[in-house]
Design a binder for this molecule. Structure first.
Ligand SMILES: N[C@@H](CCC(=O)N[C@@H](CS)C(=O)NCC(=O)O)C(=O)O
Length: 232
């Protein structure tokens, strides 16, 4: 039976790219549903029904494990799901899988959130708070150091090319915005170049790229949606 198109709820950001890259790498058919997070689409009830944390990305796979549709939110869970579903880029061997899982969780719990805060305080915050800028720029620097050591003598982060690499690339390619000097991390630099040379990575990073607008973050309406969130 041929695979039905997977619905991808998406905006072109580092977390969204993880999934567009994986779908491209696996050659799975998918339909992009644009969730404009600057306009507040992430709060629409139909999106919250599949992504209760009001964050992209999310997917709905009409061919779920039991033949019924399944929805998945959280980029790491989506990558693992697609890896299990296809048997690609997520090894079944337990020892190898643990290797991938550790680095995927390292990205989900550290490399992504800390670099996100680095972007926030360096670029988006209305005041330049030295303490916050230093704290997150230093933490980003520490994390790049960890990744650089990990990539010593390795082409990819967790054994063969895997979902761990896909999770990291969208964040790492923005090192300049995080106040880093990539020359300090030659193994990361080489890995970024290796990653960006892959056709599926290029294709994944290009999905809806016309929607990326760095100026949008200066728009008071966009800032109110993204930076003024409290419990609802
Ligand atoms: N841990 C989540 C984080 C997702 C996330 O932060 N998504 C951002 C875009 S990169 C978002 O949807 N922001 C919308 C908002 O802040 O309301 C994941 O990895 O899926």
């Amino acid at each position: 039976m041929s695979q039905k198109s997977i619905d991808l709820y998406y905006w072109p950001t580092p977390n969204g790219w993880k999934v567009s890259i994986m779908l491209e790498e696996c050659g799975l058919p998918y339909t992009v549903h644009t969730v404009n997070i600057g306009k507040g689409d992430q709060f629409k009830p139909e999106f919250l029904a599949i992504s209760p944390n009001n964050r992209i990305p999310a997917i709905v796979d009409p061919d779920g494990p039991d033949g019924r549709p399944i929805s998945v939110f959280e980029s790491g869970a989506i990558l693992q799901y697609l890896g299990r579903k296809t048997g690609k880029f997520y090894p079944a061997d337990e020892r190898k899988r643990v290797e991938v899982d550790q680095w995927l969780m390292w990205q989900m719990g550290g490399f992504g959130p800390m670099l996100g805060q680095t972007h926030h305080f360096r670029i988006y915050a209305p005041e330049k708070i030295e303490y916050a800028i230093n704290r997150y720029t230093n933490e980003a620097n520490r994390l790049y150091g960890v990744l650089n050591r990990r990539l010593e003598g390795r082409d990819y982060i967790a054994g063969d090319y895997s979902i761990a690499d896909m999770a990291c690339i969208g964040w790492a390619k923005a090192w300049e915005r995080q106040g880093q000097d990539i020359a300090q991390f030659p193994n990361v630099k080489a890995w970024i170049e290796r990653m960006l040379a892959r056709p599926a990575v290029k294709a994944g990073l290009s999905v809806n790229k016309e929607d990326r607008n760095p100026q949008a973050m200066q728009d008071p309406g966009v800032r109110a949606v993204l930076f003024g969130q409290t419990a609802r």
